[in-house]
Design a protein around this ligand. Structure first.
Ligand code: KG4
Ligand code: ZN
Length: 373
């Protein structure tokens, strides 16, 4: 089965073609992403209206590129104008009609304008080409980036058998710009929300701290780069809720603490900036690792899956690995390939392939507030 998947929940516009063969993990035939993050870097954050306007321009070219690339044909920008565009349309219509079995799309959560671009496009294609449509929860899809065949990474790697079965049951930690949630997953579709942030998401906190430090948006990767200039830091920020009885998080205090620290300090050198970034990353990683390991104990579960933009962070991945190894825990720790940690359509297709519940084209609606169960 081949699925065309579409993701437009925030500032990325992405389309992918995923193939699912019985008994195997989904594989990616093509994956294309256009981002408007350079525009948001100028404003220091996303302006929803601007993001959606960009997505309206990108959505069709990205879908054409994904469809053609799934047949090993790469489109250049000049293929997307004039007479060339007409021929690209003709070819991609043929691929859609003849070799795509279903369309998957992010239904929510996300920005309403952005979601509408993807959902309405997917509905139109599903109706026109008479294909089933699968609505996908963006947050769950972040964890499913781990189920893409080529991306399956695990430490310690206890088996070469890359099958979906080895992943269940698992504790899923979603760490993105908008969310920080812990889930206990028993099987596909059977999960329980067991904890989450009471205020800012981890990525949101990093982005806000970046603004305080004068770093461009999105600040998560910038903080990581700066922190890599040092191997330790004399600064230690507090770890709110780290030892609370529940599985909740709180990151907004960290932003206030960093802001106060900077205000008190006045001017700071490049070395001090790196040390602040190191200390921020260390606090965030420490809290995330601590609470996730606590969840594995509470739910007697020995597998962890990481997902979401912040899971691209090497320091966080290493913190998980060393904590597992140093404490001699027999836990399998999975994280997605870097390019599938931030928003992408491949993870939407992977989720839909493994949770195949199509609906009629007119039953799907963009849902900005779509929640976890
Ligand atoms: O999952 P994502 O692309 O979008 C949402 O669904 O929110 O996550 C974006 C978030 C941003 O807050 C960004 O700063 C953060 O992920 N991020 C990182 C890294 N790469 C992206 N945070 C820390 N280290 C990174 N390398
Ligand atoms: Zn996301």
């Amino acid at each position: 089965m081949k699925i065309l998947s579409i993701e437009t929940s925030c500032d990325e516009t992405s389309a992918a073609v995923i193939e699912k063969v019985n008994g195997k993990l989904p594989t990616i035939l093509s994956s294309k992403i256009a981002s408007s993050s350079n525009l948001h870097a100028v404003t220091g954050g996303i302006i929803p209206e601007q993001a959606a306007r960009e997505q309206i321009q990108y959505i069709i070219p990205i879908i054409l590129q994904a469809l053609l690339a799934s047949q090993k044909e790469e489109l250049t920008n000049s293929d997307l104008i004039g007479a060339n565009l007409a021929s690209a349309f003709k070819e991609s219509n043929k691929i859609l009609a003849e070799s795509i079995d279903a369309i998957a799309v992010t239904q929510g959560p996300g920005l309403i304008g952005s979601l509408l671009v993807g959902v309405e496009t997917a509905k139109t294609l599903a109706y026109t080409f008479n294909k089933p449509i699968i609505p996908v929860n963006h947050l769950l899809a972040h964890l499913y980036a781990n189920f893409i065949d080529s991306t399956m990474n695990s430490v310690p790697l206890t088996t070469n058998n890359k099958s979906e079965a080895i992943l269940f049951p698992f504790i899923g930690l979603i760490v993105s710009g908008g969310h920080t949630d812990l889930l206990y997953f028993e099987d596909h579709g059977t999960y329980k929300w067991i904890g989450g942030t009471r205020d800012d998401a981890a990525g949101e906190a990093l982005d806000k701290i970046g603004r305080v430090l004068g770093l461009p948006y999105p600040a998560g990767p910038e903080i990581e780069k700066k922190a890599q200039n040092v191997t330790s830091s004399p600064i230690k920020f507090s770890r709110p809720l780290m030892h609370s009885d529940d599985l909740d998080f709180s990151f907004s205090g960290l932003k206030t603490e960093v802001a106060r620290f900077i205000q008190k300090k006045g001017k700071f050198s490049e070395q001090e900036l790196s040390e602040v970034c190191f200390a921020v990353q260390d606090a965030v990683a420490d809290i995330l690792v601590h609470k996730t390991l606590k969840a594995t104990k509470a739910y007697n579960c020995n597998t962890i899956l990481l997902g979401g933009g912040v899971s691209a962070n090497e320091y966080l991945r290493n913190a998980f690995q060393s904590s597992i190894i140093n404490n001699q825990l027999s836990i399998n720790f999975f994280y997605p390939e870097k390019k599938f940690t931030t928003d992408n359509a491949a993870m939407i297709g992977a989720y839909a392939a493994l949770n195949y519940y199509p609906v009629d084209w007119n039953e799907i609606k963009a849902s900005p507030e779509l929640h976890l169960k």
